[in-house]
Design a protein. Structure first.
Ligand code: GYE
Length: 334
């Protein structure tokens, strides 16, 4: 697993404050033998986990990490794949509440619309851990902690690299953007970070931006439309590797050379993306680590024991150029 770090002082202060405020609800999280199908208090922690779906290589690696880590930690995992639908996630969370699991963890497909179901979990005394993606709930007491990446930073790193590459460009640089799932935190935040970074050079312009739903098929289809509608595309920024990989097919079919005629920047750094980068088809990747399982299980144990946890735990990440991808590929686990 990659090294993780906890957040800086303000986060820790917030964590302390939150834990003081929440001490009552943490104490209520242990289960007893309910006699109605609920979990027995046999010392074993049961976690209900609602996963976004299976839309990308990142997601597959994330699911494997969570399942493996649960087994290693001796945590009983109830797992549900929501197929990228919020309604399925809400249903799964309600099921977990009914089953009286010890901890609920989930990766919210979109940011908004979670207050009601999170309140239901809180009222049932079941602690919730957000992993990978966050929610926009104003009431931070609805969940214990959020473990995941800084998506704004990933977008910014992608944008800053491009600014550096194009600093001598004398004319307009036309950028197209493949966004992740509409309303998802990584789509909103990567777009924001990238836009902020490229704003420093007025030559850099996003001429088209649409969702490809984080999938290869979506990336291919939307890139085809971009290519038809825009005779001059200099750069593609895809919010994940999979959409970038789908776009490669569209670019090649249009008679252009990916990585040369069109500079391609993506996020994630899964194996297939890193291979494309090493092959010179992609030009730059901002890493997003999916290996959240071990730390999630650790947090579940702590939260279940009523221990204090930081309200935000950020994943540590890096970036890759083609040369760096060549070096890193042989040891890449996912
Ligand atoms: O970048 C993408 C996946 O939420 C960070 O979801 C995750 C994103 C990841 O589908 O590939």
């Amino acid at each position: 697993m990659r090294k993780m770090r906890t957040q800086s002082a303000p986060w820790r202060a917030a964590a302390v404050l939150a834990s003081v405020l929440l001490v009552g609800s943490v104490a209520a999280c242990g289960n007893s033998d309910t006699g109605d199908g609920g979990t027995k208090d046999d010392g074993k922690i049961t976690m209900g986990f609602s996963q976004v779906g299976a839309e990308s290589g990142w997601r597959t690696a994330n699911t494997t990490s969570i399942k493996d880590a649960a087994t290693a930690a001796g945590i009983e995992l109830k797992f549900d794949d929501a197929q990228q639908k919020q309604e399925n996630q809400i249903k799964a969370i309600r099921n977990y509440i009914q089953q009286k699991v010890d901890v609920i963890a989930f990766s919210p497909v979109v940011e908004s619309g979670w207050d009601t179901v999170l309140k239901e979990a809180k009222d049932a005394g079941i602690p919730v851990i957000l992993t990978d993606r966050s929610v926009d709930s104003a009431d931070k007491s609805l969940y214990k902690t959020f473990l995941g990446s800084d998506f704004v930073k990933e977008g910014r790193l992608a944008g800053e690299w491009l600014v550096e590459q194009k600093k001598t460009a004398s004319g307009p640089v036309n950028i197209v953007e493949l966004q992740g799932t509409t309303g998802a935190a990584p789509a909103n935040d990567r777009k924001k970070g990238f836009a902020e970074a490229i704003a420093t050079n007025p030559n850099l312009k996003v001429i088209a931006s649409q969702t490809g739903d984080f999938t290869r098929a979506g990336g291919k289809q939307v890139m085809e439309q971009f290519l038809k509608a825009n005779p001059k595309i200099d750069v593609l920024f895809a919010h994940n590797d999979d959409m970038g990989l789908g776009a490669l097919e569209a670019i090649t079919a249009a008679g252009k050379v990916p990585g040369k005629d069109i500079t391609i920047i993506t996020v994630d750094a899964v194996k297939d993306g890193m291979q494309a980068l090493a092959d010179g088809k992609f030009n730059f990747i901002a890493e997003c680590s999916p290996l959240l399982g071990p730390q999630l299980m650790d947090l579940a144990k702590k939260v279940h024991a009523g221990e204090e946890v930081p309200v935000r735990i950020e994943t540590e990440e890096t970036t890759f150029t083609s040369e760096q991808a060549k070096e890193a590929l042989p040891n890449r686990k996912y």
